[in-house]
Ligand binder design. Structure first.
Ligand code: NAP
Length: 435
């Protein structure tokens, strides 16, 4: 028998659990831990609430969660409720699938001013993550700025721009919907330190900006390189750049009809934030030129008005005491998923915050191959039986998958008309909902 502990119940955790189940069938017991009482990690709290078709992948994880040899162990924080050495004593392999929950910092002056948020916090807020329920962003100003040119900046710009009607089938939480209802935003600037050929945005997500009811995307044609230069781009990026060209061709009359402009500001490296009464009022940026793909400052600066700023510049993993961590890259120090024999990482905790949800599938299968190489038939560990004893002795209040299904039913029952669920944003409420 092999006993596997997977820490984190997001995509990389459940793909690893699926892979272990397929490889060993009834000869393995897999415990999937989460510090929240609810599963699915970024599927629940990261994927945009208006992207329900992406969130539907959770049904696949549910199938894994309901197999005999896999169980969900919610409401348990590894590192405080139970230590990593304790888990190593009990399980043949401990796999960190803990993602990258912390915002990277820009490290510029004024970053601690009010109404500046990292995207982990801001996205967590509108997606009902308990850690960010109290964020309280202020939408009374006219200008929002999203820093970064990846898909997260697009998610943020779209959520800031959509009407309540457009959010109808989404699971955006009520506190966010009601705050956004009062929004006075007129511009959302997406700020990038490099140019159109260096964006990280994918075509499907970029294309959505063309179909917003009250907002239209704006690109300055002067920022675009000659059209023939697009030929060297890989096909996905070429499609995205073609969309930027479409945005640049939108006539001014259309912009006049939509109250919100989503403005792309390229070659603009944020160097500081200015504030008024403790709140951000502008971003100072330095114009850049691109050399060999890198943004070089020109010394010329200008101000972009900003009453609200969301930095969408990537994430860092959480380190855990005693586990080797690569501080520079913000992820576990690992060799393709192996931290040490018996200790592994997968998904963003392994490779940093890149790729799509699907990228985690080969990652999950790959890490289980490593585990198989290292543990053979298993080392007669006590696995879940030993963990249950430890949890009982410590009085841990474990939330099971059956409990989660009750929480899920209660969230579905509380949904507004047309929405799939109204999430609990308070851990005590989640736990109370299991009955
Ligand atoms: P990302 O794609 O890596 O984009 C990060 C952006 O931040 C880049 O434009 C980067 O510019 C910029 N940046 C980084 N450091 C900066 C700094 N110090 N100053 C200024 N700009 C800086 O990251 P992401 O948007 O957070 O997305 C994370 C992953 O999740 C990606 O793989 C993304 O595709 C995925 N995702 C997918 C979806 C979807 O498929 N619908 C939705 C959301 C997220 P440089 O390139 O110049 O470094």
């Amino acid at each position: 028998m092999r006993h596997i502990a997977i820490i984190g119940s997001g995509p990389s955790g459940y793909y690893a659990a699926e892979a272990a189940g397929k490889k060993w069938g009834d000869d393995a017991r897999i415990d999937v831990f989460d510090k929240l009482p609810v599963p699915y990690g970024l599927i629940r709290t990261g994927v945009a609430p208006d992207h329900q078709s992406i969130k539907a992948v959770a049904r696949r994880y549910e199938k894994t969660a309901l197999t005999e040899n896999v169980r969900f162990v919610g409401n348990v924080t590894v590192g405080s409720d139970v230590t990593v050495p304790e888990l190593q004593d009990l399980y043949d392999a401990v796999v960190f699938a803990t993602g990258a929950p912390h915002d990277r910092q820009l490290g510029v002056e004024g970053e601690d001013l009010g109404n500046i948020f990292g995207s982990a916090a801001f996205v967590g807020w509108y997606n009902g993550h308990p850690d960010f329920a109290a964020l309280d962003p202020d939408f009374s100003g006219k200008h929002a700025v999203a820093i970064g040119m990846g898909n997260v900046a697009l998610d943020v710009a779209r959520i800031l721009s959509k009407t309540e009607g457009e959010m109808a089938g989404s699971d955006i939480v009520e506190h966010a919907l009601s705050a956004l209802r009062g929004s006075k935003l007129e511009t959302v600037t997406i700020l990038g330190r490099r140019g159109p050929h260096q964006i990280m945005m994918t075509p499907k997500e970029l294309g959505e900006l063309m179909h917003l009811e009250r907002a239209s995307p704006m690109v300055d044609p002067e920022d675009l390189p000659p059209v023939d230069d697009d030929l060297i781009l890989e096909p996905g990026l070429r499609k995205s750049v073609t969309l930027l060209r479409d945005f640049a061709a939108i006539p001014a009359s259309i912009h006049g009809e939509t109250p919100i402009g989503i403005e792309f500001d390229f070659f603009a490296n944020p160097v500081s934030f200015e504030g008024k009464d403790g709140k951000v009022s502008a971003v100072e940026v330095e114009k850049t030129v691109i050399e060999k793909g890198r943004a070089l400052g020109t010394g010329e600066t200008y101000r972009v008005p900003a009453d609200l700023v969301i930095t969408c510049i990537g994430y860092r993993s959480s380190s855990i005491e005693g586990v080797p961590f690569d501080e520079r890259q913000g992820k576990f120090a690992n060799d393709d998923g192996r931290i040490l024999p018996g200790l592994y990482c997968v998904g963003w905790a392994k490779r940093g915050p890149t790729g799509t949800i699907g990228t985690n599938r080969p990652d999950g299968y790959g890490v289980i191959d490593l585990v198989a190489e290292d543990i053979g038939q298993g080392n007669r560990k006590r696995g879940r039986e030993g963990f249950d004893e430890l949890a009982a002795a410590r009085g841990l209040d474990i939330v099971t998958f059956r409990d989660w299904q009750k929480i899920e039913e209660a969230e579905a029952a509380a949904a507004r008309e047309g929405a799939p669920r109204e999430k609990f944003v308070d851990i005590a409420d989640m736990i109370a909902a299991r009955g």
